[in-house]
Write a protein that binds this ligand. Structure first.
Ligand SMILES: Nc1nc2c([nH]c(=O)n2[C@H]2C[C@H](O)[C@@H](COP(=O)(O)OP(=O)(O)OP(=O)(O)O)O2)c(=O)[nH]1
Length: 226
């Protein structure tokens, strides 16, 4: 496993809302399609950066309200673990505190950043999610939390995708005009399927005895919650 010292870290949150045997008698998970910013075009839980003066718990509740329009009572909010994301040639690691909730209040709504949607557990769109999610999300869903994971990513080479504009038939005739030329070709940078980063290594401990509270700069669990 890759192991390198972190110079600093940012504290983030990630919330998974689960509807156990809901209306359709199937277990459902609420994911949001990220419309812009970091992790754009991927499905994910709700969350973001913890603000100064806020605990991770408070930050997670705030982001859930901002991004999905719903609230969760503190007693229904359970810490599932910490995921430490490290990126090649980037000394800043992302210490992501993951929470789960089975009850919520309010009306789920879309915002500028996220489009929420329920997914059955057997229909989770892993190929349109961060690559590490297929490793730890099943554990969260199976109750194998709390967990602690370290995930290492490399930046993917962005492929150039050629978009060919539709053929414009300038002929007034009903017959296909074979002499019609194709108009300007536009070049766009394609978004790789599971985001611009590729995971190249990971380490995951699950069913821990205690709930991780903080990660040390050597990438180990610094403390557990009381
Ligand atoms: N599932 C999953 N989530 C991840 C991974 N990496 C990663 O940063 N995240 C989450 C943690 C945060 O919830 C979110 C990143 O936070 P963000 O940049 O959207 O934060 P924010 O909402 O404060 O951002 P902004 O308002 O400044 O745009 O993505 C990953 O590998 N898997």
């Amino acid at each position: 496993m890759e192991s390198f010292t972190i110079a600093s870290k940012k504290v983030l949150t990630l919330v998974l809302v689960i509807d156990k045997a809901g209306q359709k008698a199937r277990n459902l998970i609420l994911l949001g399609y990220k419309k812009r910013g970091f992790g754009a075009h991927l499905w994910n839980g709700f969350g973001g950066k913890v603000e100064p003066g806020e605990t991770a718990h408070e930050g997670a509740l705030r982001e859930l309200e901002e991004e999905a329009g719903i609230t969760v009572k503190s007693e229904d909010f359970k810490k599932a673990g910490i995921l430490l994301f490290q990126f090649e040639n980037d000394p800043v690691a992302l210490e992501t505190h993951v929470y789960k909730a089975y009850e919520y209040q309010g009306q789920i709504r879309e915002c500028e950043e996220m489009r929420p949607e329920w997914f059955a557990f057997d229909d989770i769109p892993y190929d349109q999610m961060w690559e590490d999610d297929r490793i730890w999300l099943p554990m969260l869903l199976n109750g194998q939390d709390p967990f602690f994971g370290r995930m290492y990513f490399k930046r993917k080479a962005l492929e150039k995708e050629t978009k060919v504009a539709p053929v414009v038939n300038t002929s007034t005739s009903a017959h296909v005009n074979h002499s019609t030329t194709m108009t300007a070709t536009s070049f766009t940078t394609a978004q790789p399927k599971s985001g611009p980063f590729a995971m190249y290594d990971h380490h995951l401990e699950h069913s821990l005895q205690g709930v991780p509270h903080e990660v040390a700069l050597d990438g180990t669990i610094a403390s557990f919650e009381n």
